[in-house]
Write a protein that binds this ligand. Structure first.
Ligand SMILES: NC(=O)C1=CN([C@@H]2O[C@H](COP(=O)(O)OP(=O)(O)OC[C@H]3O[C@@H](n4cnc5c(N)ncnc54)[C@H](O)[C@@H]3O)[C@@H](O)[C@H]2O)C=CC1
Ligand SMILES: Cc1cc2nc3c(=O)[nH]c(=O)nc-3n(C[C@H](O)[C@H](O)[C@H](O)COP(=O)(O)O)c2cc1C
Length: 174
């Protein structure tokens, strides 16, 4: 019978605050995730976005199931991941919760992509996607998204969320 180290097989539980404090030390790109379609228009700020595989080109996005935008995203099954530039801090705050949908979108310029989801005109990059699969984990739903369109701009200063604050990195223009 193999030796089993009890301490390793039953790790001490980590509470929510300890996990969040630890996660606050992972710097992350900030994105605005948008959708439009039969269920209407919606958008939210997200740092939980990750590349999954390049064949087929796939991203994952984690969306809290209790958020006001959840039903709209799950009904439309399409979305656009707009990666924010350094000057988008106020826009991120607007899409970070509590603000009515129309007010969120009124604060920036948008274009329409392949899926109909709003593309942020001056995002660093936008990934237009169809949602292929979703998995519920705890409070969130993980959306697996097939990328069907990519839109890039010349911007090269990303907005980074680190230790509960926004940071700009990269070369300043000029
Ligand atoms: N993945 C998510 O759902 C995230 C949600 N937020 C939300 O934005 C607001 C402001 O957040 P902060 O000021 O950074 O303080 P915070 O203490 O709530 O978050 C610190 C870090 O924990 C992680 N985190 C936060 N909420 C989470 C959640 N519900 N599930 C999984 N990971 C989570 C993120 O990596 C975040 O940078 C909060 O309401 C927070 O819940 C922020 C970042 C990620
Ligand atoms: C920097 C930042 C990152 C966030 N990342 C996520 C995320 O990855 N997933 C998520 O479900 N919510 C995330 N949120 C929170 C959502 O943006 C927020 O819950 C959403 O706007 C819905 O809010 P509402 O229920 O008031 O409409 C983030 C907020 C901020 C400010």
């Amino acid at each position: 019978m193999p030796f089993v180290d009890e301490a390793l097989s039953e790790p001490a539980p980590i509470d929510r605050d300890a996990f969040r404090n630890a996660m606050s030390r992972l710097g992350a790109a900030v994105n605005i995730i948008t959708t439009d379609g039969p269920a209407g228009k919606a958008g939210f700020a997200a740092s939980a976005v990750c590349s999954v595989t390049d064949t087929p080109p796939t991203l994952l996005v984690c969306l809290k199931r209790s958020s006001s935008v959840f039903e709209t995203f799950t009904a439309n099954r399409t979305l656009c991941v707009n990666t924010l530039a350094g000057h988008h801090e106020q826009l991120s705050a607007l899409f970070g919760g509590k603000t009515p949908v129309e007010e969120r979108f009124a604060a920036a310029t948008w274009q329409e992509g392949e899926t109909g989801a709003p593309i942020l005109a001056d995002a660093l990059v936008s990934f237009d996607c169809s949602v292929n699969e979703s998995v519920d984990i705890g409070t969130h739903q993980v959306l697996f998204c097939t990328v069907i369109g990519i839109h890039e701009t010349d911007g090269d200063i990303p907005l980074i969320y680190y230790r509960r604050a926004y940071h700009r990195i990269g070369r300043e223009a000029g």
